[in-house]
Ligand binder design. Sequence first.
Ligand SMILES: [Zn+2]
Length: 145
Amino acid sequence: MSTKQCPYCGSRIALNAVICPVCNQPVMGAPNNSFQGGGYIPNQPSNYAPPPPPVQQTYSAPVSSGQFSGINFFNEPKARVNKVTYLIINFLLGWIGIHKFLTGKPIMGILYLLLSWTFIPGICSLIDLFAAIQLRANANGDIYV
Ligand SMILES: [Zn+2]
C-alpha cells in the first residue's frame, strides 16, 4: 500500500495525493519536503469584479417616433397624455371629438363635433383608439398623441 506521511499533520495519506484530505494542506512531493508550488496558491486574490449595477432608466419621455398615433389631418401638435385616461375618453367621448380637444387638437375636435351627427367621427375615433392602444406608454404611463 503506497502511502506517505503528511508533513503538516502526520496522517498517512495516498502517495498520489496532492492535498492532504485531513488537513487540506498541499502535500505534493515527498514527505518532509517543502512544498514546491504547482498550482495551489493560498489566499489568491480574487479577480472577480461584481457586475456593474443595472443602469437606472431615469429618462422617460414618451415614445414620439413618426408612429401613427391617430387621425390628425391638420398636423396639430402632439400632446403627452396618460394612456389609460386617453383610451377611456376616446372610447366614451371620441365620437364628439373630446379626445382631440384633450390633446390640443381643436381643429380636429371641432371637425369631429360638427360631424358627430354622422357615423364618421365614430369610425375615426375608433381608428384613434386602436392607434393609441398600440402606442407604448412611457414609465409614467403616458403616450404622445
Ligand atoms: Zn495533513
